[in-house]
Design a protein around this ligand. Sequence first.
Ligand code: KG4
Ligand code: ZN
Length: 339
Amino acid sequence: MKKDFMILGIESTCDETSAALLKGGKEIVTNVIYSQIDEHKKYHGVVPELASRAHAAKIATVIHEALGDNPIDCVAFASGPGLPGGLMVGRVAAETLANFKKVPILGINHLEGHIFACDFEGTEVKNRLEFPLVALVVSGGHTELWYVKGYGEYKVLGKTRDDAAGEAFDKVAKLLGLAYPGGPQISKQALSGRRDAIHFPRPLMPGTWEFSFSGIKTAVSYYLRDHQNFNIPDVCASFEEAMVETLVTKTLLAAKKYKVRHIAIGGGVAANTLLRERMQQQAAQAGITAHFVERKLSSDNAAMIALAAYKKLEHAEKTGKPVKKNIDINPNMKVRSWD
Ligand code: KG4
Ligand code: ZN
């Protein structure tokens, strides 16, 4: 690839419509993100039909803003996992643009994007990830642990059986009458609460790398039902404590089991301050380095999709194996090794 190889990334899997331009696999030139939060707020969660409509309404503007007058060499879009309507909008936009510009198109796994986003420092690609590592993808739609040998070499260790961690934050926020998205609201309330006020379960599920967060959520709902004068900050602090302890304990157990010295944490919930502090602290005690995505790039954005595309093309160039285009949309796409 030439030095200033330009990739236009597109992201539309959930409730952010985003387009970004990545130069030479090194630098984010633009990263335009239109968040649909205002559309979904009153429903306390993402309404798929509204999301599709908002993507359709915004994608052209967002791409136009990200692209400007710049030349491009490739178009990459998130082809899954995600909501079908949004994925279709992303694909149509990407394919139209790629055909018009006569450049190749690549479909990218959204979750790979969340982990590769750990490589950014500000707008620069600093290749911070060190392999092998254990990755925790933790967002509103997903909670997964992977063993990652290198870029494009994965083994999925376990996923959530029910709610994703972000989803649990959003649902508990709804129970408490807090705004959507719930994660930041709960963290804010938790600052003035006691983390040991209420003991909510820590579903560690020994013997598997799977997660299950619906039990914590149900425990919160029972607590609220049985206590008329509950204290919102105490509930938030105790809930956040249970969530973070579960995520940190399982991730570090996996890191030890797979004998890795590095972990990577990406996705919307990676913005959580308590998770960042506890994971850093406990990882350091175990001689493990935790690579967190920077907060600004933790939620959905197209720069991470463009970077994943760059890594894929670079890998193809190194190995001489053709890159799989992966452009059929797949709402339930699993992460797969590239070779
Ligand atoms: O990665 P993301 O933008 O979208 C998905 O791919 O799902 O993640 C959004 C999720 C929401 O559930 C939101 O509540 C959660 O990330 N989130 C947080 C925090 N900031 C966002 N959860 C806990 N603490 C936070 N500070
Ligand atoms: Zn995401």
